[in-house]
Design a binder for this molecule. Structure first.
Ligand SMILES: [Cu+2]
Length: 130
């Protein structure tokens, strides 16, 4: 009986943990569900934005790393949302953006003049559920 109780306890723990966090990967980049939204990992270089192309809706936190030797920014645009970083990310710097996203398609780009045309743009799909 004691063993069954222990088994049930461990089962509950694993179910709770399994639901609380789940790491996923698309496009070679990862996001992690944190309970209310996704932690989305982004790397910018000259001149691409590397990030998951699909992640779940919610209170998103974009962790943006600039791995290049020039400054970049990060902008998300779509479904009534238009938000960019208050200041550019310096070479080898990083920044964080918080934004609440509903399901839909969003345009991601670097708003520094010319960078999007050089390749710093992509569309991402935000999905219902996780
Ligand atoms: Cu840029």
């Amino acid at each position: 009986m004691k063993q069954i109780a222990y088994f049930m306890f461990m089962l509950c723990i694993s179910l709770v943990l399994g639901c609380a966090t789940s790491q996923q990967s698309t496009n070679g980049m990862t996001y992690q569900w944190n309970g209310t939204g996704a932690d989305v990992y982004v790397t910018e270089d000259n001149f691409h934005i590397h990030m998951p192309t699909t992640f779940p809706a919610g209170n998103e936190t974009f962790h943006i790393t600039n791995s290049s030797n020039s400054k970049h920014n990060f902008k998300i645009n779509g479904n009534g949302i238009e938000q960019s970083l208050a200041s550019d990310i310096p070479a080898l710097g990083s920044d964080v953006m918080h934004v609440t996203l509903a399901p839909g398609t969003y345009h991601i780009l670097c708003p520094i003049l010319g960078h999007a045309d050089l390749g710093m743009r992509l569309d991402v799909t935000v999905t219902q559920g996780h």
